[in-house]
Write a protein that binds this ligand. Sequence first.
Ligand SMILES: C[S@@+](CC[C@H](N)C(=O)[O-])C[C@H]1O[C@@H](n2cnc3c(N)ncnc32)[C@H](O)[C@@H]1O
Length: 257
Amino acid sequence: MSKKMLSMILVAAVCVTVGHILAQPGGSENPNPDSQTPPPRPERSMDQESRRNRPPRGENAAALKPPLPQNETEKKILAVLEEMNRSESRGMMNVSPTDGRLLRLLTESLGAQQVVEIGTSNGYSAIWFSLALRTTGGKLITHEIDAGRAALARKNFQRAGVDGLITLVEGNAHETVSQLEGPIDILFLDADKEGYSDYLKKLLPKVRPGGLILAHNTNMAKPMKEYLDAVTTDPALETLFLFQEGAGIGVTLKKRE
Ligand SMILES: C[S@@+](CC[C@H](N)C(=O)[O-])C[C@H]1O[C@@H](n2cnc3c(N)ncnc32)[C@H](O)[C@@H]1O
């Protein structure tokens, strides 16, 4: 092969690679590639949001098997979650089953005693938390502004048999969280995205050192900018973003002294 042909092939290969990188969501938008903050994406509708709550694809999907119940109680709770996901998820803006499994895993491994959730909807993510809380001996306090969704959540907690583990606080969480007492082991933010930084300001002092702040929908970088800046610029916090190919979950550790 002549030198000229070889250099033409090399140039073409570089162009294809650069084009591919720029075509990735956010690939051309991150002004600071060293930043931990995920690059901003265009705002999406709620319909688009639920489509993004898909299970992982590619290698991840091949390795992922459904959760396996180890006893009848788990079996019952998982069956309710499966049924909610199949027939009740429309308009509920629930986390994906994979996200739910992560919530359970973190809660159980931390031995969480107090989990606080902002944004209950019909109780889907809360039931994932309760799968862990029934073994850690902990409790969940979840906040919901919409009375209809709150009523649905209460019914779901009962049929999953986890209502004893959960307190549902109805009202505007920006106000109702002031009643919360620490220490909080896990704070899960999944309500109004613009409000995440306010929830963080109000509740971070009540999260225990070594506790976690989880934020759903970190792909919605624009409305969450203030929050994303706050959790990536404070030396007292360590933040990673998981499942960014889906809705995205920010996992923030409140460091121990
Ligand atoms: C994304 S959904 C929560 C989904 C839920 N975490 C799940 O995965 O099953 C957001 C919920 O937050 C509620 N919400 C929005 N603003 C709120 C506020 N200021 N206070 C309390 N709840 C709020 C909405 O009504 C909605 O039900």
